[in-house]
Design a protein around this ligand. Structure first.
Ligand SMILES: [Zn+2]
Ligand SMILES: [Zn+2]
Length: 329
């Protein structure tokens, strides 16, 4: 990357580091003064690990939003429940092939509603994240450097990532294009949507009259986190009215024309581009690429290592994968 661009991004990162998260996202969505901020891409990241040691990374949800694609970057009315901005969110759901058979806290890996789920290797996941965090300002002129990235996370999900980074070495703040890492849980508090510290996604969405579906799926989580951040930031514009001076969320103001759930339904039904690689069909029991685990004809497969393990949960999980696919040594 050109040194001048690196310096510019570092400068921007220093400037933003002292600002409240809400203000940074508000400037990104709205203001027109700072050209570098306008060029930024918002990337929401949510990771999910297996429920038991070795806490393997099982899923990654990624949602991206590119302000320049909305009205050429000029601020525009967000529409009811911000639908005109939310329609630009691109969500993908990665499932790590080698860890897909590990038990998770809730079984929602198959229930991604906002795009395409793909099974990938660790390397492919790393590669995709690298691409997402390195987007050229001008495809025809690589010397111009990369676009700034604003990374959005939720609560302690990023903190867990730090603890468990040995399994998957990706830290958004260590990428030199990242100008800020924002926390949507914090943004909801700063926007006075809730005063509850550590409010989970399932608690915050109903405040906006949105019924959450399969939040345990990392892809859905990444999308919902982006939605929470946008609706919090835009509350005055999308809910404010003479009869609703405090901009209480709901079917009010410019959002009076339709229920929030109808916008969610539309977001789930619209076609979205699939991720550039990975496979959509994969069996974590026998590693076939032509059927899914629930259609696996090899019902007698058992991992002998897990079967012989002292841990109950491993014995119970032994039929989910064959010998040779076990992540335990
Ligand atoms: Zn199979
Ligand atoms: Zn095993």
């Amino acid at each position: 990357m050109a040194t001048s661009t690196t310096a510019k991004l570092q400068n921007m990162r220093d400037k933003l580091s002292v600002k409240p998260h809400r203000e940074i996202l508000q400037s990104y969505l709205h203001q027109n003064k700072d050209l570098l901020l306008r060029e930024a891409v918002l990337v929401t990241l949510y990771r999910k690990w297996s429920a038991r040691p070795l806490y393997g990374l099982v899923e990654i949800g990624i949602a991206t939003y590119d302000r320049l694609r909305v009205n050429c970057g000029a601020p525009c009315p967000p529409g009811p429940h911000a639908e005109d901005l939310l329609r630009q969110i691109w969500s993908i759901h990665l499932r790590i092939r080698s860890h897909a058979h590990l038990p998770v806290a809730d079984a929602s890996s198959d229930a991604f509603h906002f795009g395409t789920s793909v099974f990938v290797s660790h390397e492919e996941a790393q590669d995709l994240l690298h691409q997402v965090f390195h987007q050229l300002i001008d495809e025809t002129r690589p010397d111009q450097g990369y676009r700034p990235i604003i990374c959005l996370t939720f609560g302690n999900n990023d903190g867990l990532a730090k603890v468990r980074h040995a399994d998957f070495n990706f830290m958004p703040m260590n990428i030199n294009t990242t100008i800020a890492v924002l926390d949507a849980q914090n943004i909801a508090i700063q926007a006075r949507i809730t005063s509850k510290v550590d409010a989970p996604i399932e608690y915050i969405l109903p405040i906006f009259m949105i019924k959450p579906l399969h939040v345990g799926n990392a892809g859905n989580a990444a999308t919902y986190i982006t939605i929470i951040a946008f609706l919090s930031i835009l509350r005055d514009q999308i809910y404010g009215a003479e009869t609703n001076p405090r901009a209480k969320p709901g079917q009010k103001g410019i959002s009076a024309s339709k229920p929030a759930d109808s916008v969610m339904q539309w977001l789930m039904e619209r076609p979205t581009p699939a991720p550039p690689f990975g496979v959509t069909t994969y069996c974590c029991r026998c590693s076939s690429l032509v059927h899914m685990a629930e259609e696996c004809p090899n019902t007698d497969l058992v991992c002998s290592k897990c079967m012989d393990s002292m841990a109950n949960w491993r014995q119970e999980n032994a039929t989910t994968h064959r010998d040779g696919m076990c992540v335990f040594r």
